[in-house]
Design a binder for this molecule. Structure first.
Ligand code: FAD
Length: 361
């Protein structure tokens, strides 16, 4: 009997998978173990708010797992042995064995992308990084240079400006490249109104202690540099010999199982599944729910069903009172319909709260 399910990572994807699997299997004697580096659930979608000085709800994993029977192990994963079916940890019990593994370790900042970013820039991908940036911004009121014109960079620059900081946003290409022309127009107008200066087609090639270097050779004076120019996934899957794409994301089939190791599911930011590839909790949460169901199917003798997945919108906050909800086709490409202003901000807040509610219940 395959009855040891180990889920790595208690983010949106891993928590949803662990809870769904535990609920479906509660009368079977199967054991679900959830391994996470910290004992808290980190609402990554709110980290720009934390960095800008706002208070976020404290979400201990013990509370979110209460009554589920899931065993929580707080430790960092340091290796996976897919032959012995074990996971190595940096803290007790040091090794856990599995029959089915769910790999949901998310992503971190890509600070290795250009020289100096690791030493001089502040990333914003984990709770600890956001807390460090928050402390820096509380003591250093100078300008903030946000590098990266994707959704995280836009949200961060707007949140800092709304907190009274002078912010500029540098983007290698367009700001909000995945938005429709109407969506991008609204972002530009909102950032201008908030006093954020925006430079598009400005590629940063290096970060110094008080400046950023640009691809055209210019050097721009910068205060606090916030690195929001892309995410990088952990190397654990590729180091273990699991099939990955060129970015190290685990390659999974339509049932979200590794194409090389079918006893391993890959979900969330750390996995690449067909068109469901935007790194978003909007991707990770449904993947987690499907995987919880797929794990239960496998353990009860059924074939896991293909994950059905479609995008509907992208929600971008512009401070607490404005935003853009960009409606999309199923493949995440934008259509010409957007919602903006207070309605979009309220919609995003409802979705964000609803996500935690879904995970809790
Ligand atoms: C500032 C910001 C704003 C964002 N806004 C949005 C948004 O508005 N909408 C949206 O859909 N997405 C947004 N995102 C992206 C979204 O947060 C991620 O796509 C989402 O968190 C991915 O979920 P996940 O479960 O795959 O990974 P994560 O949420 O990153 O969870 C991974 C978990 O694994 C743990 N972990 C990692 N490595 C190890 C290890 N070696 N050992 C043990 N544990 C480990 C981590 O501690 C974490 O708990 C935003 C991201 C940021 C940074």
């Amino acid at each position: 009997m395959k009855d040891r399910i180990v889920v790595l990572g208690a983010g949106y994807a891993g928590l949803a998978a662990a809870k769904r699997a535990a609920r479906r299997l509660r009368r079977t004697g199967a054991r679900v173990t959830l391994v996470n580096a910290t004992d808290r659930f980190v609402e990554r979608v709110r980290l720009h708010q934390l960095a800008a000085g706002q208070r976020l709800p404290d979400l201990p994993l013990a509370g979110l797992l209460s009554g589920t029977g899931i065993e929580l192990v707080v430790a960092r994963v340091v290796g996976i042995d897919p032959v012995a079916r074990t996971v190595g940890l940096d803290a007790p019990p040091y090794t856990v064995g599995y029959d089915l593994l769910v790999y949901a370790l998310g992503s971190g900042s890509d600070v290795a992308a250009v020289p100096g970013a690791r030493e001089h820039a502040y990333p914003l991908a984990t709770g600890d990084e956001a807390a460090l940036l928050r402390a820096r911004l509380a003591s250093e009121k100078g300008p903030v240079t946000v590098v990266g014109g994707g959704l995280t960079g836009i949200e961060a620059a707007a949140e800092f400006a709304a907190a009274g900081l002078r912010a500029e946003l540098l983007s290698a290409g367009l700001v909000g490249p995945g938005l429709s022309a109407r969506g991008r127009r609204h972002v530009h107008r909102a950032l201008a109104r908030m006093g954020v200066s925006v430079r598009e087609h400005t590629r940063v090639t290096g970060v110094g202690p008080e400046s950023v270097l640009l691809a055209d050779g210019d050097e721009l004076r910068a205060g606090t540099v916030v690195w929001a120019a892309g995410f990088r996934v952990p190397a654990l899957a590729s180091a273990a010999g699991l099939a990955t794409d060129e970015h190290g994301r685990m390659l999974v089939d339509r049932t979200l199982r590794s194409v090389s190791h079918p006893d391993v599911f890959g979900i969330g930011d750390a996995a690449a599944a067909g068109h469901a590839t935007r790194m978003a909790c909007q991707t990770g949460l449904p993947m987690g729910v499907c995987t919880g169901r797929g794990v239960a199917d496998l353990l009860t003798g059924r074939e896991p069903r293909p994950a059905r997945f479609r995008y509907v919108w992208q929600n971008i906050s512009l401070g607490r009172h404005d935003g853009v909800t960009q409606f999309t086709r199923a493949d995440d490409s934008p259509v010409d319909a957007i919602m903006t202003g207070a309605a979009s901000a309220a919609f995003k807040e409802t979705i964000t709260r609803g996500t935690v509610w879904t995970i809790r219940h």
